[in-house]
Design a protein around this ligand. Sequence first.
Ligand code: HEM
Length: 467
Amino acid sequence: MTATDDAALAAGRCPVTGIGAREVSGPKGLPVLGVTPELAKDPLDFTLALQRDHGEVARVDLVPRGYVQLTDPSAIERVLTSNIANYVRGKLYVAFHVFMGRGLLTLDDADWRAHRKVVQPAFTPERVARGVDLALAALDDAFRSWDRAAREGGRIDLVHETMAFSARLLGEVLVSEDLSRPEQRFTRSVASALEVIFKNVSSVEELLLPKWLPTGYQRRKKAARRVFDRIIGRIAARRRARGETGDDVAGLIMESDLPDEALADNLVTMFLAGSETTGLSLMWALYELTRNPAVRREVEEEVDRVLGDAPPTFDRLDELPVTRSVVDETLRLYPSVWQFPRDAVEDDELAGRHVPGGTTVMVSVFGTHRNPRLWDHPNSFDPARFRDPEAQRPRFAYLPFGGGRRQCIGKPLAVAVLVAAVAAVCGRYRFALPYGRESVWPDAFITLFPPGFPADGIPVEVLRRDG
Ligand code: HEM
């Protein structure tokens, strides 16, 4: 920033446009605590109310650290692309270091580039096609117990099933192992680790209580870490003993020049970034299809007509636009990563608002995806909006995988697997929701869960379409 820029900002003008930049406004909140209690009650409702009452660039005063919420696509575009040099991962991302160390998600700049270059080949179309085959094999196994439930009139829990599915997929893709078996304690560890990260930025327990107190939370944190260390240590030792690195993501990292700790840091990063997000997205897609029979029938018609009895392999996915639109719409209404932060290094102007250097800006994916200025009927599940050739939206109105050069590396895999999984399930099953679960508002942690989780999931009756 030049002296002229500084002078412009001091005079309340934007150094780029010369127009007067206004201060960011927000709710008043309580003395000292700010809006912390209100936000804690229902973070998603708070996000939408903040946007409605204070606009698309709005201030949130919190303990210990506030932020500026962004739901304006032009502001988000500036943070993620055109002024990316001014925005670093920042203080809130430090919470992710507990488990992810210095891996792809947490690093900035030159270090990040080196890691991304090593891991990127794991997401070529050939590798993604293999990932879809692994996903279909995992689903085939799950379908055996679903068939039993259908025969015996039993129920399956959609949350449990989809999370076990994604844990298995991630294990196979990253380290060529099935990590979904209960004895691996992997799925539970992923959930505990994400809970710790979430509490790290938001809870009194993590911020104020001493770590040596033997609370259930501290025990879960240590147990999760032990599970990850055990899995990764065993994999690395076995491969070193065999003198081969393997043809998976672990192999790519072991063959690279990255430091030794990059293996654990990046594998844990990808376990945590990829498994719950993908599993929950599938869960929400199946949930919405169960609630919306007309949409479900459209998907069934497409799957029957296009695929018949053939599996939805990678090369067939482009032939399933209706199924794809269901996935797109699910990720709009329930973006698993519902918000993510950056810190501004120097003063900036975002959508006409002055943002001082040092501010944390929070890209609210959830708020942007339900912004009524950008979306008609923003709270309705309407996949057809993604098939409308006339529809025009700003580039960053839709960003379930983030954007710019830090866009999710797993996006091609996640999208392909979700389309294939929705097609495979709809080709064979319908579900019936229990009383009281016909309409739910998600609970927001790092990702979006159905309310009451883990005590309550989404138990459904399973019906085979062929009777
Ligand atoms: C539906 C599923 C998924 C969603 C919604 C999702 C969402 C996101 C978002 C929003 C970001 C950007 C965060 C930021 O810019 O601060 C991100 C980054 C990332 N995701 Fe995903 N993700 C998904 C699946 C996956 C999968 C399957 C993997 C790995 C196999 C993965 C690995 C990563 C990694 C490593 C990053 C950091 C990339 C970088 O900064 O270079 N994600 N994800």
